[in-house]
Design a binder for this molecule. Structure first.
Ligand code: ATP
Ligand code: MG
Length: 398
């Protein structure tokens, strides 16, 4: 789970305090420690509640609110302050920042902007506490991994589901898998989950989406992985637009440490949106000609968009499945970049696990496919030591 931020708010106006409070209550990482309707009393409230950050609404009385911010900074120098006002002009922002606020949001506050501000404030606090992680990645940052295939049936869903479950084994992680193979996705089948809600419900409610609704739309597997499934009815695919997906991914990023996106093989606008928002794109291939030729074509297309091709890591699945398969050096020469990861062919474990609807970590925890996918999950989140061991153990299978 992510670190919780204990928040105190001060806003004399019920009309703006209520919606702000409701927005904050929907954010999983927020614990609303105190609420105050008088600027004069808030210093005492802060002393008693000792929050991680405070939200000061300026509009009831700008002068008093700015004075309060200055007092808070004087008494609690390390405590970040978020100022909120309907007056989003440069002068108002400058006054709030000069008084000591670290962030400024315009009323009515939009959830995405609130989440970004909260993340920035938490990161600032972590940095000033000196408690950021050793690889420099802040505790509240999330990693988005898109999985695409170089042809059908190449192993995307198997990889997405199992890497997702493996990532979820770390108690510090909160992992979600989004099935973006909107027409024919089967991540729910691979996990044997019967969802109550799907991406279609999220899209239908996109304008009044809050974190509580969004989190309710995901169903949780007993490995700890949460799934946001593709729409059940084919006719609902059209409900999901690129901007919906952008909103959903940005909101999920704020609640989950890792997002795995299982894309379709049709390179639709939603697939491209997902790839744009991803930090890493795993491009899955086999050591055969059609698949490798498609890798070259896909890389070529992605190179036309700034920064996109740089995020791609080629993963070869089912290594060792055929006698006449193309060699790894030849494959790397063909695609013009090193292969990032190899997953051995492991028919018994993989097909058995898929047919049972049970991920490898429960179905075949000692299989070579599982060990390779554990290594991949570790490598994605920067666990170098374990990864080196996994890499070696996998190469020994070849
Ligand atoms: N490493 C492997 N060894 C053996 N079989 C595998 C391996 N990886 C995947 N498979 C099998 O290949 C089949 C296709 O895998 P999967 O459904 O994950 O591919 P996909 O790319 O998601 O397919 P689709 O194009 O239908 O979305 C499944 O039966 C799966 O069990
Ligand atoms: Mg699939």
């Amino acid at each position: 789970m992510k670190d919780v931020q204990r928040v105190a708010i001060v806003d004399p106006s019920d009309a703006t305090r209520e919606p702000l409070r409701n927005l904050l209550l929907g954010v999983e990482t927020v614990w609303l420690e105190a609420e105050c309707s008088r600027y004069e009393f808030f210093i005492d409230v802060a002393r008693q509640s000792n929050p991680d950050l405070v939200v000061v609404s300026l509009d009831s009385d700008h002068a008093k609110a700015l004075q309060l911010i200055s007092h808070l900074v004087g008494e609690f120098p390390g405590m970040p302050i978020l100022a909120v006002s309907a007056r989003g002009d440069g002068q108002s922002i400058l006054q709030a920042l000069r008084a000591g606020a670290k962030e400024f949001l315009t009323q009515p506050v939009v959830l995405e902007e609130l989440l970004i501000a909260l993340q920035r404030l938490a990161q600032g606090r972590i940095a000033s506490d000196g408690t950021s992680t050793s690889n420099g990645i802040s505790k509240v940052e999330s990693l988005v991994v898109a999985v695409i295939g170089s042809r059908g049936g190449v192993g995307c869903t198997s990889l997405a589901v199992n890497v997702g479950c493996n990532l979820a084994q770390d108690p510090r992680h909160n992992v979600a898998l989004v099935d973006l193979d909107l027409a024919l996705g089967d991540a729910d089948v691979a996990l044997d989950l019967i969802p109550d809600y799907t991406l279609a419900d999220v899209a239908l409610n996109i304008d009044r989406l809050d974190m509580t609704f969004l989190r309710r739309s995901l169903c949780k597997h007993d490995t700890g992985l949460s799934l946001l499934p593709h729409p059940m009815q084919l006719e609902d695919i059209g409900l999901i637009h690129e901007d919906h997906l952008q909103r959903v991914i940005n909101l999920l990023r704020a609640s989950y440490t890792h997002l795995v996106l299982d894309l379709s093989k049709r390179f639709t606008p939603t697939d491209f949106t997902a790839m744009r928002l991803a930090d890493v794109i795993l491009l899955i291939a086999h050591l055969e000609l059609t698949s490798l030729r498609n890798v070259v074509r896909i890389l070529h297309t992605l190179q036309t968009e700034d920064g996109m091709a740089d995020k791609v890591r080629v993963v070869i699945n089912r290594v060792g499945s055929e006698d006449g398969e193309i060699s790894l050096p030849k494959a790397e020469e063909t695609i013009g970049q090193p292969v990032y990861w190899q997953i051995p062919n492991d028919y018994k474990a993989m097909v058995g696990s898929r047919n049972a609807g049970v991920p490898l970590l429960k179905h075949s925890p000692r299989s070579k496919a599982h060990l390779s996918l554990v290594g991949l999950a570790n490598d994605l989140c920067g666990k170098e030591q374990e990864t080196k061991k996994e890499r070696r153990s996998f190469f020994s299978f070849r």
